[in-house]
Structure formats: C-alpha cells, structure tokens
Write a protein that binds this ligand. Structure first.
Ligand SMILES: [Zn+2]
Length: 273
C-alpha cells in the first residue's frame, strides 16, 4: 500500500494511516528528513511477517533535456525509443524449475478435505514461498539498476501502462516475462517519483498499430511474426518494438520532433490517453 503526504501522519513515533490504521513502528534507522510518502508491505517469506514501512524522500536530479518512450515485451523486457533497451534477464531460470518442483510437491502433500495439514505440506509451502521471494528479488534488483539509469538520463518518461494477466493458460516463459515487466515498471515509477521526474503511463491499446512517425493507424493489427512496422501513410519503417516505443512518446505528448520547450508541464504519473 502506498500512502502519499495526505494519507499518513507520524505522531509520537507511531504511524497513523488513512482509514484509522495505527502502527507501532520499529525503526531500523533514524529518519533523515520528514518522509513525503509511506509504503507498507508484508514480506511473506521474512522471518517475522510483520508489515514494513519505507519512508521516501524526493531527491530531484539535474535536467537533461531528453525524453524516452518505453515499450514492454517478452524477449526484450523493455524496448526504448533510444538506447537503454533492457533484454529479458535469464535469471530465475533455475529458480523457475525449482518452483515447478515445489508446486508439484505441494500438490502431492495437500491435505484432504477436513484433514489437518501435514508437516511436509507446510514445509513444501514454505520452500515454495522462499523460491518465489528469491525470483522476485532478482527481478527487482535488475529492474532497479536499469530504472536508475533511465531516470538519471531523462526528464520525462512515457511508458506503456502494462497490466499482466496471470492466466492459467499462459506459458511459463510468458509468466516470467510478465513478472519481469511488472517489477521493471514498478521500479521505474518509484525511482522516477523519487527523483521528481515526469513519468507518464500510456494506455496500451493499439500501440502496435500506430505509426510512431506520423501517428496513422493501420487497419489491421500486425501479426506477431511481423517484426517490422511499415507505415502505409508516410512510408516509415522500423523494428516493430522501436515503433511502439516511439508511439508511447507521441501518445504522452512528448513527441521527439517537438521536444524543445513544447513539452506541456505534466503532472507526475499523469494518465496519457
Ligand atoms: Zn507513418
């Protein structure tokens, strides 16, 4: 849960959250300044399982005069309008195999209806949770390293507002890719906000059908096998994902052609339709 300035209050070292929740905080370090936001999460695989609170401060970065558009994908987690592409990290490969192993183990040991859970079942569940947490940590680590670079080098970031659908039918590869995208998008939003950058979420509809140069929309969706986007209106052609990344820029009102001074002063995380 994320709370902005109006959603929390610190009083007598206790944290009052919107909705009448009061938490006694165990401070791991003194606060360097008045926090501007509060994030609360439970760590399932942690030893204690108690909520943790992370106070965040804004640390503005010097302006760069550069903007960037970002499109998410399976092979490349992120394709950008210029440099900064992020290939899909192969870590989690071994962990994924382990996860499948623990999945089957949990299924085998699952207690019958009305029976108490066995020690073996509880252990298998615990191991599974640990493996999940490890994969998430690896994704987060890669994501944060990349996001820091992107945020450092750009004033405004237009990013596809991707929402993964964790359907039962999707493949393991797709699930792994979606998890990587989710972690990367989250890191980008958080680090962008921390450094007071202009991060704009772009609705993902038709982003593969539009031309990043002239804005024309093709009549039919490009088949996934087609890796090159060719515009019938202006004749521009470019790799499919690069085109989508440029579409993000255009949709967010950060058109590279009109970058200098023409950029509307957008609010952080403004929804760009
Ligand atoms: Zn075009």
């Amino acid at each position: 849960m994320n709370y902005t300035r109006r959603g929390f209050r610190l009083k007598d070292w206790r944290l009052h959250l919107a909705g009448g929740i009061v938490l006694t905080v165990v401070w791991s370090r003194p606060l360097p300044a008045e926090p501007s936001s509060v994030r609360v999460f439970t760590a399932t695989a942690s030893a204690t399982g108690t909520p943790r609170v992370v106070p965040a401060q804004t640390e503005p970065l010097p302006p760069t005069g550069a903007v960037i558009g970002i499109d998410w994908g399976v092979k490349e987690t992120a394709t950008t309008s210029y440099a900064h592409d992020l290939p899909h990290a192969q870590h989690g490969h071994r962990s994924q195999a382990k996860l499948g192993h623990y999945d089957r183990m949990t299924a085998r040991r699952r207690p019958k209806k009305g029976q108490a859970a066995s020690k073996g079942y509880r252990e298998a569940k615990k191991w599974r949770a640990k493996t999940c947490a490890k994969i998430a940590r690896q994704h987060q680590d890669t994501a944060r390293k990349w996001a820091k670079k992107v945020v450092r080098d750009h004033d405004a970031i237009a990013v596809e507002d991707f929402r993964p659908k964790f359907l039962a039918k999707t493949t393991m590869a797709r699930k792994a890719a979606d998890a990587a995208i989710g972690a990367t998008k989250q890191a980008l939003i958080e680090i962008g906000r921390k450094h007071a950058r202009d991060v704009r979420l772009v609705h993902p509809a038709h982003t593969t059908m539009d031309c990043g140069s002239c804005g024309a929309r093709t009549k039919h969706a490009l088949p996934l096998s087609e890796r090159t986007y060719t515009c019938t209106a202006c004749g521009a052609f470019s790799p499919r994902d690069k085109n989508s990344a440029r579409v993000m820029l255009v949709r967010a009102g950060l058109n590279p052609a009109g970058v200098e001074g023409a950029r509307p002063p957008g609010a952080l995380l403004q929804e760009a339709a």
